[in-house]
Design a protein around this ligand. Structure first.
Ligand SMILES: *Cc1c(COP(=O)(O)O)cnc(C)c1O
Length: 367
């Protein structure tokens, strides 16, 4: 079965035929063939993709990526804890919203969607508010495509002995990093982003000595990160409640394909070439990216919408879809834009075809 169009969206994204084929079998969640040979292998592979150092473990969690973020925020921050979070987009804002829902005190740094956080301001907050226990930051803010300066933030968070939580949802698997070297205690991502699986679960890679201290802290039963991890540890890959078996098996195949491609470094190169090809091609047609070039991730790029009065996103979208490409609407509150993703089963030649299609779809130019 072939797809009629390529998804140029930041997840769910275009997957390979083999990933989709892997979902055609049913699995028993009590059987070793599933728990030991699929789930446990995935857990180990995830840890080794995240760091070369020892002492890290992983937990898989049902739901979309947000469920894993909520599980982490709700399980790892103690009763007297307080969170410092950077909000420069929808996903940073969502972390603050989760803290609010769960009645967790939270200090929000809000530089705006097109700026990076003021590191001096963050350091000052950490130095003066000793009640802060945890710092949360989004790696690639998918709202704009902004890559946040996680290394510097993590370094001074660690100097102040804070636990660091990273939402690397849209970057893990697509941008090389070693979370132990970065000082990250919890890193969150999901199946349907740069690993190129299908949606259905998220995962957290955690410093084990930190996670072990979180027993009984969760503010939700289903989203108890510690208990989920403990069950998987003790029962060799058993999920507490029904696991999304087909999605998990597809994810296993996606991990094999990541290895076959040459690992995260090779995938990063492909995404990076996709992104630079995209920006050069779009600029040649008169489009401008929202962000400064040095802040761009290879994951997704926001472009200003044309200012021509005939332009409407829906018509532009439909004309691209008819040519085999699906793009994403903008998500920035103070600027009209649209977004094009570079991740998934997408290659530089696809981006070159896209640029030709965009030129044909610019109906406002010919009217
Ligand atoms: C995709 C994404 C999420 C999770 O979104 P879901 O819709 O819940 O899967 C969280 N943070 C970032 C940065 C993302 O890109």
């Amino acid at each position: 079965m072939k797809n009629d169009y390529l998804l140029l969206t930041p997840g769910p994204l275009s997957t390979s035929d083999a990933v989709r084929q892997a979902m055609l079998k049913d699995w028993c969640t009590w059987d070793d063939e599933y728990n030991k040979d699929v789930v446990e292998v995935i857990r180990q592979k995830l840890v080794s993709l995240a760091t070369k150092q020892h002492g890290y473990t992983s937990v898989l969690m049902q739901g979309s990526g947000t469920a894993s973020v909520e599980a982490t925020i709700g399980s790892v921050i103690g009763k007297n804890g307080k969170l410092l979070v950077v909000d420069n987009g929808a996903y940073g804002a969502r972390i603050a919203q989760i803290a609010d829902y769960l009645n967790i005190p939270c200090h929000v740094i809000s530089p705006g969607e097109t700026s990076q956080p003021d590191l001096n301001e963050m350091e000052k907050v950490l130095a003066t508010d000793s009640s802060i226990t945890h710092v949360a930051i989004v790696h690639c803010e998918t709202t704009t495509g902004m890559l946040n300066p996680i290394e510097r933030i993590s370094t001074f968070a660690k100097q102040h002995h804070k636990t660091v939580i990273l939402d690397a949802m849209s970057s893990f698997g697509g941008i090389p990093m070693d979370i132990a070297e970065l000082g990250i205690d919890y890193m969150i991502s999901s199946a349907n982003k740069c690993i190129q699986g299908v949606p259905g679960f998220g995962f957290v890679i955690a410093k084990q000595s930190e996670l072990e201290q979180c027993k009984g802290q969760a503010r939700s039963l289903s989203l108890d990160l510690y208990d989920q991890w403990h069950c998987m540890e003790v029962n060799h890959g058993k999920w507490r409640f029904t696991s999304p078996t087909h999605t998990v098996r597809a994810f296993y195949q996606a991990l094999i394909e990541l290895e076959q491609e040459g690992g995260i470094a090779a995938r990063y190169q492909r995404y990076h070439t996709n992104q630079t090809t995209l920006v050069a091609g779009m600029r040649s047609l008169g489009f401008e990216p929202l962000l400064n070039d040095e802040w761009h991730s290879p994951i997704i790029t926001s472009f200003y919408s044309p200012t021509h009065s005939d332009y409407q996103f829906k018509e532009f979208y439909d004309r691209l879809k008819a040519q085999g490409f699906v793009i994403y609407p903008g998500k920035v509150s103070n600027a009209e834009c649209f977004r094009i993703g570079n991740i998934g089963e997408v290659y530089p030649a696809d981006i070159e075809r896209l640029i030709v299609a965009v030129e044909k779809a610019m109906y406002w130019k010919v009217r």
